[in-house]
Design a protein around this ligand. Structure first.
Ligand code: PRP
Length: 178
């Protein structure tokens, strides 16, 4: 375990199980649809990569990068598109792939943004959800697991752009960020 982590919250094996059970539901629900997985950079990279390997349907993939303005670890309602998707979404069934939903501000904005691009449907798949931090009540169709309001890193999740490469999800020691 990394020295800056207090403890491991989810091991690689536990994450793999969550990914597989989410993929199983997606494989059922999207039969006969025009699925496109859109990963929200950068936090979703590992989840996106593992999830798409378990998708047995024909699908497209794309990425979008959004930055939200806020102070410290709190995002605000203002979201800026840093990198947009690279294809039209008309008629496609969009599944947004996200590492964590916190306040919900980012996905509230992105969902509306994709609907405005004439997507046939827009749903959300997140590995982690922190319900205690929710500010905007957005419908989330696929949730790997709900987590307590602690600082989680690894498996794509960062603090100050570090720790994304850890293959597990750990809880950061408060001394690192306070
Ligand atoms: C994180 C995370 C979500 C967002 C969740 O991204 O990946 O996109 O914050 O917060 P919210 O629900 O309060 O909007 P971040 O902006 O840290 O960028 P990253 O994906 O590059 O880590």
């Amino acid at each position: 375990m990394h020295k800056d982590c207090e403890r491991i919250l989810f091991t690689q094996e536990e994450i793999h199980q969550m990914v597989c059970s989410l993929a199983k539901r997606i494989n059922e629900d999207y039969k006969g649809k025009n699925l496109i997985l859109i990963g929200l950079l950068k936090g979703s990279i590992m989840f996106m990569s593992d999830l798409m390997k378990e998708i047995e349907l024909d699908c497209k993939i794309d990425f979008i990068c959004a930055s939200s303005y806020g102070s410290g670890s709190t995002s605000s309602g203002r979201v800026n598109i840093v990198k947009d998707v690279s294809q039209p979404l008309d008629g496609l069934d969009v599944l947004i792939v996200e590492d964590i939903i916190d306040s919900g501000n980012t996905l509230n904005f992105i969902t509306k943004y994709f609907k405005a691009k004439n997507a046939e449907s827009v749903k959300i798949c997140t590995l982690l959800s922190k319900p205690d931090r929710r500010v905007v009540d957005i419908p989330v169709d696929y949730i790997g697991v709900e987590v307590p309001d602690e600082f989680v890193v690894g498996y794509g999740l960062d603090f100050d752009e570090n720790y994304r490469n850890l293959p597990y999800i750990g809880i950061l020691k408060p001394s690192v960020y306070s």
